[in-house]
Write a protein that binds this ligand. Structure first.
Ligand SMILES: *Cc1c(COP(=O)(O)O)cnc(C)c1O
Length: 391
């Protein structure tokens, strides 16, 4: 074998490998492991989307390469969705760019703006793709700690001047994975001011934008005054419409930034299957959209309350998260995140994710994904109650 490139050799050790091994071992022993590790919706894609997909796959004109810049129907649907859900007006041709899932855009955006020696501001704990994309492009990462004390929002006023001066991109993600925190319009406004002052591009990952609870309303970065000049927002159909396997999302915002990302993409991929773009347009624009999203919010709220209630009974000091489909909880004293996760798997047959996998500030926490039916969740919490308490 020839040597892999440095960028591959420098990839962080896969922190979930040990957990994956334990899950396989337990399953082989006949243990019915309840998997609360991965954030992949358990429910199927709504029928109205599948029906459109079925019709479009049969049309021969859809079997060719799609246009590089994406299908107009999908981009117009995305613009209509932003107008109706967020009151944000977008030019569908210049301010919307279809993506092969939002992860694709999040990983590629650093190649568009980061040279060796540049730096990106990345939330920690956070979705690992922000920092890995940065490193692939030869950039450095400055980790902005997300702590309970700050409501899991980065303190932009505490980013060192030297880091702010070198920064090209700042990644944000609300509702947040893994902490479940939500941002306010004031915070987005503060981020826009920061981006203006330091000439950085805000890359807001809005994968969970529709998953908010307790009367909170979905919020877009682009609602903030001036955000379109200094920011782009990555939207995903994966979590909002149970479409993780379909691979469809889009970026919206700064036309100048999207032009660069689009130019990059024409050189590395050839766009999304046209039938999927039509199905995506259906997802975003069908009259059933709002009622489907409301039912999804209700589903995860109910599951959240089961888990938060059970954890509180066991002494956990946690507040119900106001968004996403995760519970972020501290591990009991005397354990690392990895050790506690291993204990839950070993003794309760419940798989959760160690917080350390999301960055150094994730140490001391674990994450539960609410992507199994409530009966299963209750069973998981029952099992946990037999082996652990928060002390
Ligand atoms: C799931 C997830 C994504 C990826 O979404 P895709 O559109 O399926 O690529 C991006 N960001 C966060 C924080 C996620 O949890």
């Amino acid at each position: 074998m020839i040597e892999p490139a440095q960028r591959i050799k420098q990839l962080p050790r896969y922190l979930f490998a040990e957990i994956d091994r334990l899950i396989r071992e337990k399953t082989a022993q006949g243990v019915d492991v309840i998997r609360l590790g991965i954030g992949d919706p358990d429910r199927p894609t709504p029928a109205y989307i599948i029906e459109r997909m079925a019709a479009e796959t049969g049309r021969p004109e859809n079997h060719h390469y799609p246009p590089n810049e994406g299908l107009t129907e999908f981009k117009e649907a995305a613009a209509a969705y932003y107008r109706e859900r967020f009151g944000v007006v977008l030019d569908p041709e210049r301010e919307v760019l279809p993506l092969i899932g939002s992860k694709e855009g999040i990983a590629n955006i650093s190649f568009c703006f980061v040279d060796p020696g540049d730096l990106n501001l990345v939330p920690d704990p956070g979705y690992p793709v922000y920092s890995i994309g940065t490193c692939f492009a030869g950039g450095e990462v400055y980790r902005m700690p997300l702590t309970a004390a700050n409501g899991y929002l980065p303190r932009l006023d505490q980013v060192p001047a030297e880091a702010a001066a070198r920064a090209k991109l700042i990644f944000l993600n609300y509702p947040n994975n893994p902490t479940g925190a939500v941002a306010s319009l004031e915070f987005f406004q503060e981020a826009v001011a920061f981006a203006r002052r330091h000439r950085v591009l805000i890359c807001h990952d809005a994968a969970y934008s529709e998953l908010v609870f307790d009367g909170g309303r979905p919020l877009s970065l682009l609602e903030a005054e001036g955000a379109k000049e200094v920011g782009i927002e990555f939207s995903s159909l994966s979590k909002s419409f149970n479409m993780t396997g379909w691979r469809i999302g889009f970026a919206a915002g700064s036309a100048a930034a999207l032009e660069v990302l689009g130019r990059f993409k024409t050189n590395v991929d050839s766009g999304l299957f046209k039938a999927i773009q039509y199905a995506g347009a259906e997802a975003l624009n069908n009259r059933q959209r709002d009622s489907f999203i409301a039912s999804l919010q209700e589903l995860y709220r109910e599951r959240r309350d089961i888990v938060v209630g059970a954890l509180r009974c066991l002494g956990w000091p946690i507040d119900p998260p106001r968004g996403s489909f995760y519970i972020w909880a501290p591990v009991p004293k005397g354990y690392t995140a990895q050790e506690f996760t291993a204990l839950l798997l070993e003794q309760a047959g419940v798989a959760v994710t160690p917080g350390r996998g999301f960055g150094e500030y994730g140490e001391g926490f674990f994450r539960i994904a609410l992507t199994v039916e409530s009966g299963r969740l209750r069973e998981a919490m029952d099992r946990i109650s037999r082996v652990a308490r928060y002390v």
